[in-house]
Write a protein that binds this ligand. Sequence first.
Ligand code: DGL
Length: 270
Amino acid sequence: MAVGVFDSGIGGLTVLDAITRRLPDLPLVYLGDNAHAPYGVRTHDDIFNLTCAAVERLWDEGCDLVILACNTASAAALKRMQETWLPADKRVLGVFVPMIEALTERNWGDNSPPREVAVKHVALFATPATVASRAFQRELAYRAIGVDVEAQPCGGVVDAIEQGDEILAEALVRSHVEALLRRMPHPEAAVLGCTHYPLMESTFQDALGDGVKVYSQANLVAESLADYLTRRPKMLGTGTASKFLTTGDPKAVSSKATQFLRRRIDFQSA
Ligand code: DGL
C-alpha cells in the first residue's frame, strides 16, 4: 500500500514530510531525479519525458498512485500525462490544485462556477518553466474571478538550494521579491509555487513584510491526499516499504536531504 512521491530533486521532501506527519502509517517511496535537476529551465517536452520515466519507475515499486511533488512537472506535464499517457488503473496527482482550492476557499471537487474571493492581488513565485506554463492562472480562472496574479520566475533559487548554498539562495529570493514588488507593490497573498521554496519561507516572509499571507503547499497537499485516499482506498498500491530513490549520487543526495529535513535520510540508486 505504498504511494509514490516525485520531485526533480530534494524539494519534494517538504511534501513527503508533511504527508508523513498526516499519515504516519502510509509507506512512501520518494524519487528525486537529481541527475536532471533543475527542471525549471527545461522545455516542456523534456519535462514531460523525464516525469513519465520517473513515474514508471515508481510503478515498479508498487505505487499505483504518484504525487508529483514538483510544481514544474505539475504545470508543464501533468495535463498531457493525464490526457495522453496514463493507463486507467494508475493515478498521478499534482500539487497545484490543493493550493488553489485553499486560496479560493473551496473544498475538494467543488466544481461550481468561478466566483469572487477575498484575495484580489496574488504574487506567485515559481520556476521559469512553471511561470511560462501559466498553469496557475489557468487553474485559478476555473475557480475565481477578479484575481490579479503577478508571477515572478525565480531563476537560480532551486540550483542554490540543491547545492546547499543558503546564502546565495537568500540573496536571490530577496532580489526576486524586490522585482515582483516593483510590479505589484501590495500583494495580499504570496504563493510559493515550488516545493523547494518552503526552505526559504522565512526569507520570503521577511522580504514581503508581515501583511502578506504566504501560502506554502506541503500541508495542503498532505490534507488533500488523506481526503483522496478515504474516497479511493483502492489506489493504495502493492508496495509495502518506504524508501528514498535518486537518479543522482546517493551519498551526496542523502547528505543534502539530511541537512534539508534535519533528520537522517538514506537515499539509494534508482
Ligand atoms: N521542486 C520543483 C518545483 O516545485 C523544482 C523545480 C526544478 O527542478 O526546477 O517546481
